[in-house]
Design a protein around this ligand. Sequence first.
Ligand code: IPE
Ligand code: IPE
Ligand code: MG
Length: 244
Amino acid sequence: MAAATNIPTHVAIIMDGNGRWARRRSLPRHAGHRSGVASVRRSVELAVERGVEYLTLFAFSSENWSRPREEVSKLMSLFVEALQREVDELHRNNVRLEFIGARDQLQSGLVEKIESAEAHTAANTGLRLLVAVAYGGRWDIVEASRTVAAQVAEGSLAVEDIDAETFAAGLQLSGLPDPDLLIRTGGERRISNFLLWNLAYAELFFCDTLWPDFGDEEFDAALAYFAKRQRRYGHTGEQMEAAG
Ligand code: IPE
Ligand code: IPE
Ligand code: MG
């Protein structure tokens, strides 16, 4: 069990290792992605049980469009299928589901499912589950820059009033707290263009477990790791202790 205290408010996960999981079983990569859906389901349950308020999952990056066409198309179908199958259960559990990423790059069938799932769960007050599809941290920052530039061009924002706060208002996670803890499965120790702005002060937890094998043990290990960190945000340890 994780310590009941010091639970991160916002957990972000880079769900990596599906392909290798499948390869080890001599299965097609897609079998790994399919199997990964069960880990998503369990992670959502765990987040709810442990008292996490926001869970952001990296499901498909801007760069993942470069994968073989068949893998991409099967992944998109899997998203549609999983949404269809899981939304009612999420709704019953009071989860509010939202998507971040370049929605205009997705096929219309998927966008319809996304919009209806978001509308269906919009009034829920439990866990906020954000799924990043066709998402890239650089894309997010470029989009926010466009928003700010448009405000300046129309005269509603002065150049000297641009600061971190006005800028972040144009990002996908606008209005939400930054992730406190980032988990990456699959053994790589990199960010792979995930939430570049919002991860500025996240604690980073990397594990070798491949995403389809991720479950209670790894989630609780990540929470335990987080609970032991002292977050200083540039201050000294003594300053943080004095502030309680
Ligand atoms: C993560 O697993 C899922 C996506 C990126 C869509 P991978 O498919 O990247 O799995 P590996 O890294 O090849 O094992
Ligand atoms: C990151 O995994 C993206 C997702 C998990 C959706 P990748 O497998 O695409 O990352 P790289 O290519 O190994 O950096
Ligand atoms: Mg990978």
